[in-house]
Structure formats: C-alpha cells, structure tokens
Design a protein around this ligand. Structure first.
Ligand code: FES
Length: 106
C-alpha cells in the first residue's frame, strides 16, 4: 500500500492507504477527506478534487495533461503552481509519503 497524507482546511492531517492503479481522489473520498467532493466523478471537469502538492518524496509527479491544466486555470479556486486535480493523479509506489493540501471551495 501507498501512504498519502491530506491536510484539510483546518489543518487536520488524514493519512490514507491509497490503492495502486486508482486515481488518488478515490482514496481521499473513501476516507472522507473534507474538501474532496469530486462532483464530476473524476473527469477533470469540476475542480472539486483540487489540492496543492506539498511534498513528494518519491520524486516529482508527471506534469498535468492539457485538460487538467485548463480545468485548474479556469475552474479551480486559487490556482497555484503546485495545483493538481487528485482525480488525475494515478497512485503508484512513487507516491508513498506524499503530502497534499486540500484547496477549499471553488
Ligand atoms: S473529480 Fe472533478 S475534476 Fe477531479
């Protein structure tokens, strides 16, 4: 299993055992991480799974595809350089120990 930590808006840290081969958003939703709504079900349309990448000890994540980057730019609340849609991040062993800050609202 791959352990990933989410920091909720109030600073609460939630660590999930993420399942390899699934989008990270699924793991976050499974344990009820507050702020991960995933209205579009993972199609990179809604930005309600938006997080900021804080730490990836296993190396940098692959760059977002164009559709993800567009949704972040036009739909996400407070997009930043380290913004990602967790529905577009596939869980791999390299994600072990990663930390994400949940972005609030949209
Ligand atoms: S679940 Fe909608 S953009 Fe990720």
């Amino acid at each position: 299993m791959v352990q990933v930590t989410f920091i909720e808006a109030d600073g609460t840290r939630r660590t999930v055992e993420a399942r390899e081969g699934e989008p990270l958003m699924i793991s976050a939703r499974n344990i009820g991480v507050r702020g991960i709504v995933a209205e579009c079900g993972g199609s990179a349309m809604c930005a309600t799974c938006h997080c900021y990448v804080i730490e990836t000890p296993g190396g940098d994540l692959p760059a977002p595809r164009a559709d993800e980057a567009d949704t972040i730019e036009f739909n996400a609340n407070e997009p930043r350089e380290n913004s990602r849609l967790t529905c577009q991040i596939m869980v791999t062993p390299a994600l072990d120990g990663a930390v994400f800050q949940v972005a609030t609202g949209r």
